[in-house]
Design a protein around this ligand. Sequence first.
Ligand SMILES: [Cu+2]
Length: 216
Amino acid sequence: MALRGMAVGEYGTTNRARLTCSRALCGVVAGACVSAASAADLSFRLADPQGRMLDGAVVSLLPLRGNALPAPRPAHIEQVDKAFHPLVSVVQVGTAVDFPNNDRVRHHVFSFSSAKVFELKLYAGRPAQPVVFDKPGVVVLGCNIHDRMLAYVVVVETPWSAVAGTDGLARLRGVPAGEYTMQVWHPQRLGKPDLPARALRVAGDLSESLVVDLKQ
Ligand SMILES: [Cu+2]
């Protein structure tokens, strides 16, 4: 199994007491959990089987039920010292992304990825229009002038997602209680099949460690 420790119902110690409590509540007041529970803060620490933290791993939670999602919020990916910041972004489908150039040299940002083909021709400062990422998928960014410039935009059909930092931690705040499909991606998986998804029930704050084998 690619995402060891991710079987449904296996949760860290931090979470177990809360989940048990929530399930007990469900038994008493059937169907009350989702509406009664407030939004949860989730924290996942992602490491590979050798224990290396998976900086840049993307965790996204896709709601199983088709309730209306919040509107996407604008995002930006800067260029500083001839590099994109951040290296990995995750955005909701429909997000308008600004690409401010904070360097003195001009950049020419482009993508040939099928999820979003675009180019911002040689420019300085701030482009006149943001780029709207309107399809799910992974978009690889480059610069026509500086070959080493590279970044990834993961476009997902949910506002509940996060990118792990150097500590391997991905934090998702304000996730409504409910049933989700959890997907993990990492730049090392570029061009490879999706890692197996996992079902996740959110019923309260959750803190969990995940082992992800990127080579499978
Ligand atoms: Cu450039």
